[in-house]
Design a protein around this ligand. Structure first.
Ligand code: NAP
Length: 281
């Protein structure tokens, strides 16, 4: 039976570290990290995410602002707000909650955020720095996965890592982070032979958005399995992209859903805000 990788506990540790850092910055440098979050429209999931981020920021002693804009806002008005926040020295991190309404070009908005304040790590400059193996702000979810692997004492160098999913926010940056940590990395997508590729993985990270797609029988005995997926089943249950029951019979360690990767994303957002506030990338 696999060891459970407790994302809630690790996220709490990351937050505690951030809190200590905030207190030190306030005392020694009179610096209070500031996080501004922009939400556009009434997407209910976005509202929940933004509330969680704001709450975490406040609990850790950050300055935090939420800018809630009408769904009908003109793109230029949104860009002007981003530019205003870029120029505000009290704001160290800017996050534009996605998805944005269809009439707004999300890529343009992301590219308008100053790369030094891009705490989501989605700006093309930060994506480019990651692909060059240079320091930069990293996307929170894969950054959190790296911390979970570290806490699980999972050796990465020389291991075969398979990432299922190639989105710009999870799969691709995850693969690059694992590569930077000296894994031999395979990236899978819809055209991949999943059972064959998954069977090769010493470390398996899955971010596809398909409930329980990955079957336990495909998994190499002893593999470390990280399930990024968060899918609401028809019966209301939250499940991952991996069939947890069968996978936990084969893996040496595995993240549960919920309570695995999920809690790490906000914790790493807080860490990124500290990095942005101190220019520490
Ligand atoms: P996404 O942008 O929809 O990308 C999904 C990726 O999975 C694509 O690359 C797609 O392949 C691949 N894929 C989909 N179905 C597949 C299949 N049947 N076989 C093989 N590959 C398949 O999703 P995302 O934003 O990366 O999110 C993925 C999952 O992670 C979702 O469940 C999401 O809720 C979750 N998530 C969780 C957190 C967290 O905080 N825990 C954060 C972000 C996302 P193609 O490129 O070929 O289309």
């Amino acid at each position: 039976m696999a060891q459970l990788i407790d994302g809630k506990a690790v996220a709490a540790r990351v937050r505690a570290e951030v809190k200590v850092e905030v207190e030190r910055l306030k005392a020694q440098r009179e610096l209070t990290p500031g996080l501004a979050v922009i939400r556009v429209g009434e997407d209910p999931a976005s509202k929940i995410y933004v509330t969680g981020k704001k709450k975490a920021a406040e609990e850790l002693g950050f300055n935090s602002w939420e800018h809630h804009l009408e769904a009908s806002i003109f793109q230029d008005e949104l860009l002007a707000l981003v530019q205003k926040l870029n120029a505000d020295p009290a704001v160290h991190g800017i996050l534009v909650q996605l998805p944005l309404p269809r009439h707004i070009d999300a890529e343009r908005v992301i590219a308008t955020v100053s790369p030094e304040k891009d705490v989501d790590g989605f700006h093309p400059i930060n994506a480019g720095l990651l692909s060059l193996g240079k320091p930069g702000l990293r996307p929170c979810t894969p950054f959190g996965v790296m911390r979970l692997l570290e806490e699980a004492k999972c050796e990465i160098a020389g291991k075969r890592a398979v990432v299922v999913g190639r989105s710009n926010i999870v799969g691709k940056p995850q693969a690059l982070m694992l590569l930077q940590a000296d894994a031999t990395v395979t990236i899978c997508h819809r055209k991949s032979d999943l059972p064959r590729e998954v069977a090769m993985a010493d470390i398996l990270v899955v971010a596809v958005g398909v409930p329980e797609l990955i079957q336990g029988e495909w998994i190499k005995p002893g593999a470390v399995v990280i399930d990024v997926g968060q899918n609401r089943r028809a019966d209301g249950k939250l499940v991952g992209d991996v069939d947890f029951q069968s996978a936990s019979q084969r893996a040496s360690a595995i993240t549960p859903v919920p309570g695995g990767v999920g809690p790490m994303t906000i914790a790493m957002l807080m860490r990124n805000t500290i990095i942005a506030a101190t220019g520490g990338v």
